[in-house]
Design a protein around this ligand. Structure first.
Ligand code: GLP
Length: 234
């Protein structure tokens, strides 16, 4: 079931996402984080709340959805670097509780390791998601099936163009792992996402629009601003 919440602008959308996140934080031991510009303000707000002692990640375990392949975690283009800068360095999460795909090893080892880590600590209790302009979630590009799992994927041209000078491959959680999360919160902002959002929420459920598979899950929050999801379609 989808719970759709639309706010006027990016700030309102981020405040709503923060409210939902905090509501779930206490009962969520394992948190799934996403990268991208969409959750940036949410991460900023969580960082300052943690600094002021209102929330804590001391006993939390984190998993990130994806990472470019291959890339070193210290590379400024890496998702690990993004998460360190925008969240992990600002909160009290323990380094050993942060789980990320290892993008420095061979493909098979990278996939096996991340699968094993998720099997050991998962499933994810609360998963944050963004959406790509082409309807991708994590790096599950169009064509990704509902049963797809953690794997190495070739990025679409649209994604590479949008994300800049990045590797052409990535390691990503599959739709299957995402749908195994207890609660999912998909965030979307800006008119660039409107078409993908409308297809995901109201079009056919299909691998052509991987985000449409979220409608198969029983507990999904869609938090958007009105540019990404015009209220008339609510
Ligand atoms: C990347 C990530 C996704 C993210 C998407 C949207 O491709 N792999 O997890 O949701 O970009 O990013 P943005 O929020 O910057 O639009």
């Amino acid at each position: 079931m989808l719970k759709i919440i639309v706010r006027d602008d990016y700030k309102g959308m981020s405040e709503e996402a923060e409210r939902i996140f905090r509501e779930h934080l206490r009962r969520s031991d394992v948190i799934g984080f996403a990268t991208g510009s969409t959750p940036l303000l949410l991460y900023k707000r969580l960082s300052s709340m943690c600094r002021s002692g209102k929330i804590s990640f001391k006993d939390k375990i984190s998993f990130n959805l994806d990472e470019y392949y291959r890339i070193h975690p210290s590379d400024p283009r890496s998702f690990r670097h993004f998460m360190d800068t925008n969240l992990f360095n600002n909160i009290d999460i323990r380094q050993e509780n942060i789980h990320f795909p290892d993008s420095t090893v061979g493909q098979k080892a990278a996939v096996e390791r991340y699968k094993k880590e998720l099997e050991e600590h998962g499933p994810i209790d609360f998963q944050i998601l963004g959406i790509g302009r082409n309807g991708h979630i994590a790096f599950n590009e169009p064509g990704s099936g509902m049963n797809s799992g953690i794997r190495i994927i070739s990025l679409s041209r649209d994604t590479i163009e949008r994300n800049g000078n990045v590797p052409q491959k990535a390691i990503t959680m599959g739709i299957a792992e995402i749908l195994s999360a207890g609660t999912i919160m998909l965030m979307a902002s800006g008119k660039d996402k409107k078409e993908a959002m409308e297809k995901a929420l109201y079009g056919p459920i299909t691998a052509d629009v991987p985000a449409s598979f979220l409608r198969k899950h029983s507990n999904v929050y869609i938090v958007a601003d009105s540019a990404a999801l015009p209220p008339k379609r609510k």
